[in-house]
Design a protein around this ligand. Structure first.
Ligand code: F6R
Length: 588
């Protein structure tokens, strides 16, 4: 939530900053701005809307200066307006700040600052940081020291970038519970929420640990703990490349990422056997296991839980991360928490695993972003290897999670089954050919406002995922549930023509789902089947290839991703940037 980019260089930086903002726009997209330092002043331009529109109106790229910070916002405190957009400046205009996070004690801090004569220009919590740093800077004239002293007064979460009007050579950054990364380039140094912001300039990154701060110049990086103790950390090389973050010939990132899945499921299966075995061993030895994640990652967790319960006979629960603390009483030093997360920065997930660690539990994770906070705070992390996911909706990360989770379960079961993945990859290429049929269905149902997704057993999380995708991309009402639950209430909502998507592959639950299909048909539902079998009960069938049972969710979810995508396009929604959402949910 909210994207930060900063750069110190010996060339003008505004263009680089705006390019970087476009790369992290997925983190928030209600307003944006840039501040540069030149001629002893801070120059700020900002506006409301998407970056390209703000650039067209405000010409952010024309700002002068070789040092600057920029921000794309997902509003928390203060409505969406130009004055609430970041950068926020102090009243003496000597300090500008960009911020990702929430300052919980900003009301009392503001009261104190106002009493000391500071004038506020926005409704944001961020503005207090600018004033506090200004006060400290007037005293010490040392950017890093002033920032450390000011951040000590803050409660809550933050990743900040700070510039000073009389220091055109320096940016200071600090973080607590929100990501911040330094990019070390040739004659330029970056500070950003995500490596994507600077990957076209450098792949050498230094990840700040929690509670650390940093001062960067164009050719130096000084990192310190919250107490000012210097930390030496070498840059690591990030495997992602610029090609990974281009849209290629696709209209949207979301469509590109859906179409990448034949390759990404295969990439996800490339794991070091020893690490998978260690992951499995930890599960086998645990006294209690909780699998946790949010949104789509939670749905992948439900699939993992299902196989651990049913096939391995291992008792475990899948709990959404925001609720894990309700199970604290069951967590101890022999417990294992498995956290799934694409970004590795989701605040609910981080809070859940930190709480579990405090109770002595071991934390293992399955994560896409290699240097993310979750990866670094886990005892063992398996990577999804699916490349950056830019579209706000999780697509390829979900199918990669299903592959990795299955490898872990197979290792628990003592099975090594590599060839299933090659078959899966081919089946994914095959199922992507359902696209024209899916588009026709969208044309047929584009005026309906309520959709239901049902399935049984191992397929039930796919129903939840199909409904989530449709809601977030098209803003249509959708519900996912086990088909068995229909008759306990939801059937009352079914009327003539109500679209119901039923995921019903051949297998143990097939016949029971067919009974539910008949019940739905009898009440007028328009059934859209997702199955490897034509059963004659569906009005429309999206036929999917048969793969090993453990991988069926992958081939079933892809037509549902396409369905959500095409509904969004048909309804003139931007599938890459759904309203009110952001990709990395770094606030609670
Ligand atoms: C849905 C979606 C979200 C994320 C959730 C967790 O398409 O993208 O529900 O799955 O915010 O994000 P990560 O996996 O980054 O922890």
């Amino acid at each position: 939530m909210c994207g930060i980019v900063g750069c110190v260089s010996d060339e003008p930086v505004a263009g680089t900053l705006v390019d970087g903002l476009r790369r992290v726009e997925y983190r928030g997209y209600d307003s944006a701005g840039v501040a540069t330092v030149s001629g002893g002043r801070i120059h700020v331009r900002k506006g409301v809307g998407r970056i390209s529109d703000i650039e067209a109106k405000k010409k952010l790229t024309e700002l002068k200066g070789t040092t600057g910070i920029a921000h794309t916002r997902w509003a928390t405190h203060g409505g969406v307006s130009e004055r609430n957009a970041h950068p926020q400046t102090s009243c003496g205009d000597s300090v500008a700040v960009v911020h990702n996070g929430i300052i919980e004690n900003y009301v009392s801090l503001k009261r104190g600052l106002v009493a000391r004569g500071h004038e506020f220009r926005s409704e944001t919590d961020t503005e207090v940081i600018a004033h506090l740093i200004e006060e400290e800077y007037l005293r010490s004239k040392e950017p890093l020291r002033a920032t450390l002293a000011a951040t000590k007064k803050l409660s809550g979460q933050f990743a900040i970038g700070v510039v000073f009007s009389d220091r055109p050579d320096v940016i200071v950054g600090a973080r607590r519970d929100a990501p911040l990364i330094v990019g070390v380039g040739d004659g330029k140094t970056f500070l950003a929420s995500d490596v994507l912001a600077f990957i076209e300039h450098t792949d050498r990154s230094v990840f700040l640990d929690n509670q650390e701060a940093v001062e960067i110049t164009k050719d130096s990086v000084k990192m310190v703990t919250a107490n000012g103790r210097e930390v030496v950390r070498r840059p690591t090389q990030v495997a992602w490349e610029l090609a990974d973050i281009s849209k290629s010939d696709y209209a949207h990132y979301t469509l590109k990422e859906i179409n990448e899945q034949a390759r990404t499921v295969a990439g996800a299966a490339v794991q070091e056997p020893g690490r998978v075995a260690a992951f499995a061993k930890a599960l086998v030895g645990a006294s209690s296991i909780f699998i946790t994640g949010s949104g789509t990652s939670y749905h992948a967790g439900l699939l993992m839980k299902s196989r651990l319960n049913q096939e391995a006979g291992i008792r475990c629960d899948a709990i959404v991360s925001g609720e894990l603390r309700e199970h604290d009483g069951l967590l101890g030093d022999k417990s294992v928490v498995v956290a799934l997360s694409q970004s590795g920065e989701t605040a609910d997930v981080l809070e859940a695993v930190r709480g579990a660690k405090r109770r002595g539990a071991k934390v293992l994770s399955v994560v896409n972003a290699a240097g993310s906070t979750l990866a670094r705070e886990s005892e063992l992390a398996l990577l999804l290897n699916c490349g950056p996911e830019v579209g706000v909706a999780a697509t390829k990360s979900f199918t990669a999670q299903v592959v990795v989770a299955n490898m872990v379960v197979d290792a628990v079961l003592g099975k090594r089954r590599a060839d299933g993945v090659a078959q899966l990859s081919k089946a994914v290429a095959e199922v992507l050919k359902t696209d024209p049929l899916v588009k026709k269905l969208v044309q047929k149902y584009r005026d309906r406002s309520d959709f239901y997704f049902v399935a049984r057993g191992y397929q039930s999380p796919v129903a939840l995922e199909g409904a989530l995708k449709l809601k977030e991309l098209s803003y249509l009402h959708a519900e996912g549930m086990p088909a068995s639950e229909l008759k306990h209430g939801t059937l009352a909502l079914i009327e003539k023509g109500t679209p119901v998507v039923m995921i019903n592959p051949t297998g143990p639950n097939h016949a029971d789902s067919l009974s539910s299909a008949e019940e739905l048909r009898a009440r007028g539902a328009d059934l859209i089947g997702v199955s490897d079998e034509e059963d004659g009960v569906y009005r429309h069938l999206i036929r999917v290839p048969k793969v090993e049972d453990r991988f069926m969710p992958v081939v079933e979810v892809i037509p549902l991703q396409l369905l959500a995508y095409h509904f969004a396009v048909a309804r003139n929604r931007d599938p890459d940037y759904p309203r009110n959402l952001a990709k990395s949910v770094t606030v609670k």
